[in-house]
Design a protein around this ligand. Structure first.
Ligand SMILES: Cc1ncc(C[n+]2csc(CCOP(=O)(O)OP(=O)(O)O)c2C)c(N)n1
Length: 563
């Protein structure tokens, strides 16, 4: 994380200055785009030397704050003006909210005297994406902004701080306290703020079942990442001889050599088959959605499934026993209920599948690159100290499967909650601020990148080092392989190829067009020379190659290929 030392600032005299000063104290970095509603706020922040990353589209403000938090940086602030600035950030706000990621989002708002012709009902728009708005005034600006941070941290949600337009430059009045912390934010039906204490009997029962099982498996999810339960789960697995698997959002959760990787649609056949052999599955902080369960094909019929989660109830009928608890507290309680000596358990006989990269060809039948071969090659080239983020699209299974990451905070997959493309560049900005010495890497598609191409300017301007890998199939590959394959007209799915290497150079990045694995030498040279500045690798992949996981999904959805 780059820490900036703020200049000493005179005490806040206005509403915007008061909000800015709380933001500067609580957020190491602010991602913003200026307009009438937040000009005073942003100028106060930049004026006092606080780290502000000015972006080119408001989507990137919350997307960056989202990834900053997930990468371990803390709660970042995002800021935009009222009306158009606010509506531009709704998509990334919705994603952060659905993904349960904390952020404080400071926006302009209609004046206190009433809405003008240009105003929209921002509070209702925010409520529609389950986000709470705190409106500040001259007497509560400090307290309300502090409250926003308290709620964001406690409920793991983005919270909006709205500054009415007539108050942006209003002098502060004697401060009155903001109302106390409300018992809940704008919660969705299955969400509850706090989990109860762990019941000893439940922990003892799970401990006994883990030790009785022949082939125990621990499947950790994002809830376990949030709770910081990785080490405790690793200890639990080591004690009980269990194997591990994770959800997509918990990639590398335990760091154990006994990890079968991401469970579900992105598993290899061999890993999925092994997961299917487990006779006891302890699911901790994972939602067991259809994709995670590989369309209900992942777990064996005989497996006993225990789910531990902060949600109100089990999220899948496959669950035999449900315990509502915090992942870390529960893992520690189960560990405490076990004898001190470890047993070999499943590890005595388990042989983890080797990933046979040799069988992946460099080129697909059309003579263009096989995306899997590129990702496997990149894994060798990239330094071990790396932080990866990825946009969404047809290519999205390869990075979680083939790229190693030092920990779950270094493999971010924004957009999964809302099923959204176009958040990758914003995510890269946030990831890079929190990544320290790790090389920030974005894997994106040509469609996703073109949606947020303007942020290439921000990335080049703001990041000392970053690699952007464009999986360029000159198509909305996801749509081609889901809908083109059904016989739908493809005119709005396939495009004239875009030269991202030229675009990168024009925007001030180094770049290369990658048409063979040998062309990756350009990336290697850039890395060897110190990875200075931004490198755009325009990887020309086959538009015809279809991912195994998409074929799985098509099979499940009854999609039949038509000419
Ligand atoms: C904001 C948004 N708009 C549209 C979609 C539908 N969509 C999902 S994947 C995709 C194609 C993405 O194309 P690209 O980034 O090139 O990746 P590819 O699928 O080709 O690998 C589209 C349009 C979406 N998920 N989100």
């Amino acid at each position: 994380m780059r820490i900036m030392t703020d200049h000493a600032a005179a005490p806040a005299a206005t509403v915007s200055e008061a909000v800015a000063d709380v933001v500067a104290r609580r957020s190491p970095v602010v991602f913003g785009l200026m307009g009438n509603g937040n000009a005073h706020l942003m100028a106060r922040l930049t004026g006092r030397g606080h780290r502000v990353v000015p972006v080119r589209h408001e989507t990137a403000t919350v997307a960056a704050a989202h990834s900053f938090a997930l990468a371990g940086g803390g709660i970042a602030a995002a800021t935009a003006t009222y009306g158009a600035g606010f509506s531009n950030l709704l998509t990334s706000l919705a994603e952060a909210r659905l993904a349960r990621v904390p952020a404080v989002v400071v926006v302009g708002d209609a004046p206190t005297g009433g809405a003008r012709a240009i105003d929209i009902d921002q509070r209702r728009a925010a409520e529609a994406v389950f986000v709470r708005t705190l409106v500040v005034d001259a007497a509560n600006a400090l307290a309300q902004t502090e409250l926003a941070y308290t709620i964001a941290a406690r409920d793991r949600v983005p919270v909006i701080v709205a500054i009415p337009y007539d108050l942006v430059d209003a002098p502060l009045a004697p401060e009155v306290d903001a109302p106390g912390v409300p018992s809940s934010g704008v919660l969705r039906p299955h969400e509850l703020a706090e989990a109860p204490a762990v019941a000893h009997a439940a922990a003892a029962d799970v401990a006994a079942r883990l030790l009785d099982a022949e082939r125990p498996l621990i499947l950790g999810g994002h809830g376990a990442v949030i709770a910081g339960a990785g080490e405790a789960l690793r200890a639990l697995g080591d004690r009980s001889g269990a194997l591990f698997a994770t959800s997509l959002m918990a990639h590398g959760l335990t760091g154990s050599p006994w990890d079968l990787g991401v469970a579900g649609g992105f598993s290899t056949e061999a890993d999925a088959a092994m997961i299917g052999e487990a006779d006891l599955v302890l699911v901790i902080g994972a939602s067991l959605n259809l994709w995670q369960l590989r369309y209900n094909e992942l777990l064996g019929d005989e497996a006993y499934v225990i789910q531990v989660d902060t949600r109100a109830e089990a999220t899948n009928p496959r669950v035999d026993a449900f315990h509502r608890a915090d992942a870390l507290a529960f893992a520690e309680a189960v560990l405490a209920a076990m004898p001190a000596e470890s047993r070999a358990g499943w590890r005595a006989t388990a042989v983890l599948p080797e990933h046979d990269h040799e069988t992946i060809p460099e080129l697909h039948g059309d003579g263009l690159l096989d995306p899997r071969a590129v990702v496997v090659a990149l894994d060798d080239i990239l330094p071990a100290s790396r932080s990866i983020t990825q946009d969404n699209g047809h290519y999205m299974g390869w990075a979680p499967r083939h790229l190693r990451a030092p920990d779950p905070q270094a493999m971010l997959l924004p957009g999964l909650a809302l099923h959204c493309i176009g958040l990758g560049m914003g995510s890269l900005l946030g990831l890079a601020e929190a990544a320290g010495d790790r090389l920030p890497v974005l894997v994106t598609g040509d469609g996703g990148l073109l949606m947020e191409l303007s942020e290439l300017d921000t990335v080049v301007r703001e990041l000392p080092s970053a690699l952007i890998v464009v999986m360029n199939d000159a198509a909305f590959g996801m749509e081609v392989h889901q809908y083109g394959v059904r016989g739908l007209d493809q005119s709005a799915m396939r495009f004239t190829p875009v030269d991202f290497a030229a675009l990168g150079r024009a925007m001030g990045a180094r770049s290369a067009r990658i048409e063979s694995l040998a062309d990756l030498e350009a990336v290697r040279v850039w890395l060897d020379e110190g990875a200075r500045g931004v490198f755009v690798a325009d990887v020309v992949i086959s538009p015809d190659f279809v991912a195994d996981w998409l074929m799985l999904s098509n099979r499940y959805n009854g999609v039949r290929a038509r000419p």
